[in-house]
Design a binder for this molecule. Structure first.
Ligand code: SAM
Length: 277
């Protein structure tokens, strides 16, 4: 009999994949970590029963999280990633030869170890000497005074429950802004604009409480319930329109989704969001 793995949203919607076998399942100090092999999308990571990433779908998420900031920040030498324990975000960041140093701060060492072993296709850059992995709380890291400045800060965290809850607070965004260079750029995954509309809107409002420029942008990720997803770009001075042509041309050789047209189109804001803001 076929097995299904379902993410259940508010006891009213299921996002399920048919599973061939379970590759890893254990309880860490923070969450249940599972890697399963699915029929449709290859291997996939779930934390506490929520889909995080899947081989056949991850580019829609990782490319859209990473490249809008990397193609607009004047410098991309020093990058901070908070979360991102599957390694997909680091892989996309490290494609750029200008990147010299990446700190990846992931709270759960079990996610990193399990993904290194069972999902090396997504985290294919773990051995890059520019990557420095720290098993630590990103909220604590955001208060550090000895690591700034970063040119780019990327929040690849989970939903606002458990250890990720503080990644949605004003104090956290203020900490990140303090760590950011004056012409640097920040981005965070910012939940579904449909199913988590209130969380999404709150995030934008809270970010506006500290960053001068805040721009949500939109796309689709099949494995997240409902399929609609958002990310939010923030900066002290740079705009998402400030695209650096050579970088877009360079990265477009590698990407499956991201290109200059997708970049500009993604920043179009649906009317219901505009009105609510
Ligand atoms: N793409 C996913 C999404 O949007 O649902 C998120 C990817 S998953 C790799 C997110 C990671 O954030 C998890 O591995 C989790 O352990 C990590 N995380 C959650 N809270 C954190 C915190 N306070 N500091 C650092 N990492 C955290």
């Amino acid at each position: 009999m076929a097995l299904w793995y379902d993410e259940v949203f508010e006891n009213s919607l299921r996002c399920g994949l048919k599973v061939k076998r379970t590759l890893f399942s254990d309880q860490s100090a923070f969450q249940r970590v599972e890697i399963v092999e699915t029929e449709l999308l290859g291997k996939a990571l779930a934390l506490d029963g929520l889909w995080m990433t899947a081989q056949g779908d991850e580019k829609t998420y990782h490319e859209m999280l990473v490249h809008p900031v990397m193609t607009t920040s004047p410098s991309i030498r020093r990058v901070l990633i908070i979360g991102g324990g599957d390694g997909g975000t680091a892989r996309e960041v490290l494609r750029y030869p200008e990147v010299e140093h990446v700190d990846l701060v992931e709270i759960d060492g079990m996610v990193v170890d399990a993904c290194k072993e069972f999902l090396p296709e997504i985290g294919s850059a773990w051995d890059d000497a520019r990557l420095h992995v720290h098993i630590d709380d990103g909220i604590k890291w955001s208060r550090r005074t000895d690591v700034a400045p970063y040119d780019v800060i990327i929040i690849d965290g989970s939903d606002p429950v458990g250890p990720a809850q503080g990644l949605f607070d004003l104090e956290f965004y203020q900490g990140c802004e303090n760590l950011l260079a004056d012409d640097g750029v920040f981005v965070t995954q910012s939940e579904s604009p449909v199913l988590f509309r209130d969380v999404h809107l709150d995030m934008i409002r809270v970010m506006k409480g500290t960053f001068k420029n805040v721009h949500p942008y939109y796309g689709t990720v099949t494995i997240y319930p409902g399929g609609s997803w958002s990310w939010t770009y923030a900066s002290k001075s740079v705009s998402p329109r400030d695209i650096i042509r050579e970088r877009v041309d360079f990265i477009s050789e590698f990407t499956e989704i991201y290109n200059e047209d997708i970049h500009h189109g993604a920043f179009a804001i649906p009317n219901h969001i505009r009105r609510a803001l």
